[in-house]
Unconditional design. Sequence first.
Length: 277
Amino acid sequence: MSLLLFSELTIREAQRRHILLVALIMGFAYLVLFAVGFHYVYLQMQRDGVSDPQGEMITGFLLTAGLYAANLLVTIIAVLVSVTTISGEIDSHTIETLITKPVRRWEVVLGKWLAFAALLIIYILFLAGGLMLYVYLRTGFLFHNVGLGLSIMVLQALIILSLTIAGGTRLSTLANGVLAFTLYAIAFMGGWIEQIGALFRNEAAVDIGIVTSLIMPSEILWKKALTLFQPTMASMPFSAGPFAVASQPSDLMITYGLIYMLAFLLFAMWSFSRRDL
C-alpha cells in the first residue's frame, strides 16, 4: 500500500507540474511531424516507381530514424523527470514530510521509481508504437520482433531512470543531471568507436566500445533493438552510426542491462536509507 501511495503521489506531482501534459502534446507533435514528412517522401517514391526492395529499405531507414529520435527523446525525459526526485526534495526539505510517516525510506524510492517507470513505458509505447502503426497503415511495412525490440527500448529507459534516481540520493540536482547526460554521451561515442573499429577490424577500437558499453549500456541496447527490428542491419557492409550495426551485440548485453538496472535501483534504495538528512 505504501508503494502504491508514493507512486500515486509521484504521478500527481508530475501532473501538477504539467510534465505529463507537455510530454503528451510534444509527443503528439512529433508524431504528426513524422507522419507528414513520411507521407510526402512515400508519395515521391510512388511517383518515381521505386522498386519494392528499395522502397522497403528507404521505409525501414526512415522508421529507424524516427525511432532513434523517439528513443533520444525518451532518454531526455527520463532524466528530466527523475533528476529532482530525491535531491530536489532533499534541498527543499519536502522529503522530510514523507520520511516522518511510518514508512521505510526504500519504499519512498521504489514507489517513485515504479511511477516513473510506468510513465516511461506508456510514453515509449505511445511514440514508438505510434510511429510503427502509422508506417504499417500507410505502407504495410512492419519491423521484425516488435515486442522484444520495444522491450529493449524500455529497458534502456529504465536504466537511465535507475541511474538518475540513484545519483539523486548522493549528488545535487545539477551534478546528477550532468552525470546522467555525460554517461549517455560516453556510451554514444563508445558505440561509434566500436562500430568503426569493427568495420576496419581494429581490435583496440572495438575493445574501447565494449568497455564503454559496460560503463553505460544504453547505446549497445539500442543497437540490439535495431538488429531485432531489422536483422539485415547486422550484416550491412561499410556502415556505421546509429542507424546501422557493424558489430553484432551479444544477447548477454540484455542480461547485463537488467542486472545494471537492478543494481542501481537497489543502490538507490540502500543509499537513501543510509543517508543522514
